[in-house]
Design a protein around this ligand. Sequence first.
Ligand code: ADP
Ligand code: MG
Length: 182
Amino acid sequence: MDKSLLRKNFLLKRKKKYYEINEKFFNPLFQLIKKKYKSKKINLSLYYPTFSEVNVFAIFKNKQASHFKFLLPIIEQNNSMNFHRWKIGDVLTVNKFGIPEPLRTKSIIPDILLVPLISFDKAKNRLGYGKGYYDRFLNRYLERKKNILTIGVAFYFQKYHKLPKTKTDVQLDKIITEKGIF
Ligand code: ADP
Ligand code: MG
């Protein structure tokens, strides 16, 4: 199946099977972070959940979230994507896709990047919305700064056996679903 048909099918599936996750969804992520990072403050980028994406804002209900600084993406004029600090209660503005984004303060490279997706496979390939924003961001930074941990966030039902992969597709380091992190 080609990417566009897969997008259509998996978007429909996600819309039909969507449910609200709870804060326990993120426990495997916190365990992994504890193992991997020392106590320093880490920058964790979220996404503003839209179109039946897993509600990553449930992370704020988890007590362990208080150790982090959070970022959200901003789409720039030149169509690149950067990450800026945001916390609950801070002002959001709506971008050209209708997605809320934080005010432009200072662009910060996340230590951990939570990535929304339409579908994933066992090789941790990602199918996105077809605009390549995350691929371009990661291609831009992974050469220079290899320590961004990329974690796709999905429901387990978004798994597909083998996604088509093109040259610019960046594989994710991990995927987290309600069944855990792999
Ligand atoms: P998505 O990752 O959102 O599912 P695709 O992987 O299909 O979307 O990529 C969408 C478009 O973005 C493609 O035309 C692809 O060539 C382009 N693209 C992705 N990464 C890069 C990059 N690093 N440089 C230039 N174009 C890119
Ligand atoms: Mg891609």
